[in-house]
Design a binder for this molecule. Structure first.
Ligand code: DGL
Length: 282
């Protein structure tokens, strides 16, 4: 696919990509706000987690996924993954999209989350809990500094949280240990924090544990709703993109791992039975 595509391409579903299951928390919110559209979810479960991988690898894997979703007919792809949004989104938007197809769009999850934090924090001390990759990229700090320069940001990498979710251990006692440890570490580094962004789309699955160990005065910011709301706003402002999205109310699921495994875990996250298809990215 390249800009030599002179003819209008038929409309297609909205693509949602994540390294694994985490993007389902974004899909769920987007779909509940805009059930009329078709969605195509792609989880790169065979290569998850992304959070401990280098910039180059996350960029390469994410670009492969975006290219694949474009080939399946998506004109609009949401990176439902903070790590990919932090490490690959800007390069894809600036360098790859103009070559691949300047009419298509790729959006991330960090900006919509950062936009709301200024209205939530009173103390102006905010914590970010995210993967090692997202924390090391300092993307949240940079984006918050642009919009809310008075906010002090403290980041806490939680490298065990995604494996707990991917391996179905988010309700177990191992999760208690790691969730408490990272929350305690974060709040000891800045006791004035009154708002914590869950800067990884896997983390809402650990919400029961997070609420158990987070002091009650600290606001836990889940990004799914804000990402969905921001997408709705984007589509309101871009009627030309709405014309390129099909409206059948369907969702299809693709995974790079065994379809049966994805189906049973994703069904639990989505509260519905579903069918997934295995695909190969390169
Ligand atoms: N769910 C992802 C995120 O929001 C990625 C987690 C991972 O693969 O490490 O960062």
């Amino acid at each position: 696919m390249n800009k030599a595509n002179k003819f209008p391409q038929p409309p297609g579903p909205i693509g949602i990509f994540d390294s694994g299951y985490g993007g389902l928390t974004i899909l769920r919110q987007i779909r509940s706000l805009m059930p009329q559209y078709d969605y195509l979810y792609l989880g790169d479960n065979a290569r998850a987690p992304y959070g401990t991988r280098s910039f180059d690898i996350v960029y390469e894997f994410t670009l492969q996924a975006v290219r694949y979703l474009f080939e399946q007919g998506c004109h609009l792809v949401i990176l439902g993954c903070n790590t990919a949004s932090a490490k690959a989104l800007r390069s894809i938007q600036q360098n790859d999209l103009p070559q691949m197809d300047p009419q298509r769009r790729v959006l991330g999850v960090i900006r919509p989350t950062v936009e709301v934090v200024g209205n939530i924090s009173q103390t102006r001390h905010v914590g970010i809990m995210a993967t090692m990759g997202t924390i090391r990229s300092a993307t949240y700090e940079l984006e918050i500094a642009k919009l809310h320069p008075d906010i002090k940001v403290t980041g806490e990498a939680c490298p065990m949280w995604v494996p707990l979710v991917e391996n179905d251990e988010y309700d177990g006692s191992g999760a208690d240990y790691f969730v408490k440890k990272n929350i305690d570490d974060l709040l000891s580094r800045d006791p004035q924090i009154d708002s914590v962004i869950l800067g990884c789309t896997h983390y809402p699955l650990l919400l029961n544990k997070i609420r158990k160990y987070m002091p009650s005065g600290v606001h836990v910011i889940e990004q799914g709703f804000y990402v969905a709301d921001s997408l709705r706003d984007y589509l309101n402002r871009h009627p030309e993109m709405v014309k390129r999205v099909t409206c059948g109310g369907t969702t299809c699921f693709l995974t790079t791992e065994r379809a049966e495994e994805f189906q049973s875990k994703a069904a639990a996250f989505m509260n519905e039975s579903l069918t997934a298809k295995r695909v190969y990215l390169d």
